[in-house]
Write a protein that binds this ligand. Structure first.
Ligand code: AMP
Ligand code: MG
Length: 487
């Protein structure tokens, strides 16, 4: 009987493409100073609510060969694989050091080499309690899973360097949460990311005064995520400078697309410079610099406009954690890449949102200043302004400034204001340098950089309501498809 059972499982194992992927024990081989082995919770129910077929080719899998049951077996029931590693980390949360962190409701399921030759993490969220759960239940609400899927797909569409979700399995538990009508439904989500090593992973090693473990982890990070630096004599300093540059670039991407991450604690900062962990995030409705997304962020510490300063500060905090291995002076110099990359990327992306690949620096400054002054002054949607620009753009705008945005609601209501007049005058001036062929490229850039649909809060609620009311997933599925396919 036992033998039959074993054979049956082995066949299952082989036939489930997720179980025969190319897993590499990258973190595992570092030894158990960095993690605890844990087990997944057993759930009363497993309903696959979402699968991200767009990620499967990266894993070398053809979507039609992967069944829903394969997803459930691997990422709901957690059969046939181990070890699962709850990663250890600390972090500064809202400015206070917290040594009581770590994967409290997730673990590293495995690490896989993609067809692009990059190493990817499968991390869980909502898979049960671990030694780091503190008072928590180890679970994720279904709405939390839905929100993270939407954030990641939207940011990816907008060109932000982000983790993405691979699957969401509803798990049939009733959860109690202060920030959702409760009881509320549960799920387990799989996140595919470059790495779950955080600034806080290094902060913990400093806290325990273990420069040996810091150096071992740095070598690991360089080997897998900064491989071009291997063999350089000053690779640690170069790593820090490159990380600072990557973070500068990332935060510029958030700012340009109008994203407020909301919880920029150092345990939510990836050592690869990738954006991840989407809880109470929001896309800004209007260009309101002090817009704050998390209801518990009473003083607006992580508001939209503070994001560049906070990320830079988090990089400064990281210097304290790394200073036993990397000379402080080198890191101070390295931090300059943050400023340089931030400025460069923000300008580049804002110009693209306005349709342009490159302009003279003075013209760029003038155009961005007047655009933001206009957006700041009037209560108009940041996203709709750019979407309208993309939607109504016409080569006539080059020949007659008064036609700019005239067909859009914004132009109709604000076209006679001084700030609009200033902005459209400058925009027109820029367009006069473009040939008709080049204007086609402007139209293309506008469309690419400004998707029509952005997941502002009411949009998220509009797909969540049918799920709550009648278990209708169609609007959610349609929205994700629209995001993924929009150009
Ligand atoms: P987050 O706000 O999701 O970045 O989480 C911060 C810390 O709290 C991490 O250590 C999480 O693992 C932990 N945590 C958050 N929610 C829960 C929960 N429901 N159960 C256990 N731990 C949790
Ligand atoms: Mg987190």
């Amino acid at each position: 009987m036992t033998l039959v059972q074993t054979t049956h499982n082995a066949n299952n194992n082989l036939s489930n493409p997720f179980l025969s992927l190319n897993y590499e024990p990258a973190i595992e081989s570092l030894g158990d100073d960095y993690y605890d082995e844990v087990a997944a919770a057993e759930f009363p129910q497993h309903i696959l609510r979402w699968r991200n077929d767009a990620l499967l080719p990266t894993l070398g899998l053809a979507p039609q060969t992967v069944t829903d049951e394969h997803f459930i077996q691997a990422f709901g029931k957690f059969e046939e694989r181990q070890p699962f590693l709850a990663l250890r980390y600390h972090g500064y949360q809202f400015g206070e050091y917290n040594p009581m962190l770590g994967d409290g409701r997730g673990f590293l399921y495995g690490q896989v080499r993609g067809v692009d030759n990059r190493l990817y993490d499968f991390g869980t969220k909502g898979s049960g309690r671990t030694p780091y759960s503190r008072g928590g239940d180890g679970m994720l609400t279904l709405k939390g899973g839905v929100r993270e899927v939407l954030a990641a797909e939207m940011l990816h569409r907008m060109g932000v360097n982000t983790s993405r979700c691979l699957s969401v399995v509803e798990t049939g538990m009733s959860l109690w949460r202060g920030d959702e009508p409760s009881p509320t439904r549960s799920c387990v989500m799989i996140r595919m990311s470059q790495s779950h090593i955080r600034f806080g992973t290094f902060e913990r090693l400093k806290y325990f005064q273990r420069p040996d473990l810091t150096q071992r982890l740095l070598d690991h990070v360089i080997e897998h995520y900064y491989p071009h630096l291997q063999g350089e004599e000053d690779r640690y300093a170069l790593f820090y400078a490159e990380l600072a540059g990557r973070v500068g670039k990332l935060v510029a991407q958030w700012m340009a697309v109008g994203f407020c991450h909301a919880v920029l604690n150092t345990d939510n900062m990836s050592i690869t410079g990738e954006s991840f962990d989407y809880g109470p995030y929001a896309f800004i409705p209007n260009y309101e610099p002090y817009f704050t997304a998390a209801y518990f962020d009473y003083y607006g510490r992580y508001c939209y406009t503070h994001q560049p300063g906070i990320c830079r500060y988090n990089l400064e905090l990281l210097q304290k954690a790394l200073k036993d291995v990397i000379p402080l002076g080198d890191m101070e110099v390295g931090l300059k890449s943050f400023d340089r990359e931030y400025r460069k990327e923000y300008r580049r992306l804002m110009l693209l949102k306005l349709g342009f690949e490159e302009l003279e620096i003075s013209q760029t400054e003038e155009l961005l200043k007047s655009t933001l002054a206009f957006l700041k002054h009037y209560p108009i949607s940041y996203h709709h302004f750019f979407a309208d620009l993309a939607d109504t753009f016409s080569s006539k705008w080059r020949d007659d400034a008064s036609t700019i945005l005239r067909e859009s609601e914004i132009g109709k209501s604000l076209g006679s204001t001084e700030l609009f007049f200033n902005w459209s005058g400058i925009y027109h001036q820029v367009l006069t340098n473009f040939s008709t062929d080049e204007l086609e490229n402007v139209a293309k850039n506008l469309k690419q950089s400004n998707p029509k649909t952005v997941i502002l809060k009411p949009v998220i609620e509009s797909v969540w309501e049918p799920i709550v009311q009648e278990d209708n997933w169609q609007p959610f599925d349609d929205l994700v498809k629209e995001i993924q396919l929009s150009q």
